[in-house]
Design a protein around this ligand. Sequence first.
Ligand SMILES: [Zn+2]
Ligand SMILES: [Zn+2]
Length: 193
Amino acid sequence: MEILVKPCGEFYTNCYIVDRKIIIDPGIGAYEFVREHVDKPLAIINTHGHFDHMWDDKTIKEMYDIPVYIHKNDAFMLENDPFGYNPPKVKPDYLLEEGDIKIGDYDIKIRHFPGHTPGSITIETGDEMFSGDFIFDGSIGRVDFPYSSAEDMKKSIEKFLKIPYDKRVLPGHGPATTIKKAQKFLPTWLEYL
Ligand SMILES: [Zn+2]
Ligand SMILES: [Zn+2]
């Protein structure tokens, strides 16, 4: 599996491209990175609805005529701009829930980890897990934004600690980690929530 990554915009939000087919979190200006590397993509998936992760959804959706996926609890962020940053609004095509989906030949597991936002998810395919702003290398996503919940984050971390296997974890900002490494540092964060 080929993973391309480019940090986009002032928050260095990682846009990932899987096998030149699946685009994850196209932030501000990501369309240029996508246009450079991608010919016939299948879909855009957002790990959550924050503006720096979805800014170029609309541009790329229209460029290739492909669907946008997001968890149902964050869909309103794409359509309504609840934070007032005025990103290009887009209507998602598929509303995700926890479970397994198929996009083209890709088997994708969606896990729901609310806390940073109500509809934060991880996206697993092959040996990779895209974790958005739920888990970073050594830390966790902020829970002091509107629609965030520290209580939910606590439960999400406890749920993550039970994942029995290892995979690489590719976060929404910063470098990669792994499920096993994250399971080692996460208990400390529970104390701060
Ligand atoms: Zn976020
Ligand atoms: Zn972010």
